[in-house]
Ligand binder design. Structure first.
Ligand SMILES: [Zn+2]
Length: 153
């Protein structure tokens, strides 16, 4: 399953990437969203019933989400057959840009992360597309906490 999410679903798009789903986000124009969904065979995720109708007429696969919350949206996607995968960094894509993530040796991030981070952590990952560096700091713990919640919905 590959996705393209409309502009109302930024948080959901980031989380789908954390679970390793190839998810495009950031295309503002509805015509362009529909074009990409069809051309790349992506499931359109949207909260817009008008856009849903247009997508169906064109033959694109579309899931109309009604919930406002991340938990509710994940629950709806599960009903549509979304399988829960291992969370970041196992198979994840970069939550910022959808690029592939790979583990890197500590020496590779020297000078690119704060000194205190470099001294404290030994596990680092980098996005091959945008260069963002990740490590198991405070944000990572917050991510695990939300992951636990999402698995229970
Ligand atoms: Zn990235």
């Amino acid at each position: 399953m590959r996705f393209i999410a409309d502009m109302m679903l930024g948080r959901l798009a980031r989380w789908l990437r954390l679970y390793g789903y190839d998810t495009l986000y950031g295309v503002e124009d509805d015509d362009e969203i529909l074009r990409v969904a069809l051309a790349e065979n992506r499931v359109l995720l949207t909260r817009d019933s008008g856009l849903t109708d247009r997508a169906k007429k064109l033959g694109a696969e579309v899931i109309l989400l009604s919930s406002n919350s991340l938990e509710g949206q994940i629950e709806e996607l599960k009903k549509h057959g979304l399988e829960f995968r291992e969370l970041f960094p196992a198979s994840a894509r970069c939550p910022k840009c959808n690029g592939p993530i790979r583990p890197v040796g500590k020496e590779e991030v020297k000078g690119k992360v704060p000194e205190s981070v470099y001294e404290r952590y030994d596990e680092f990952y980098v996005c091959e597309n945008c260069g963002q560096i990740y490590w198991p700091g405070r944000q990572w713990k917050e991510m695990l906490r939300i992951d636990e919640k999402l698995r229970r919905v």
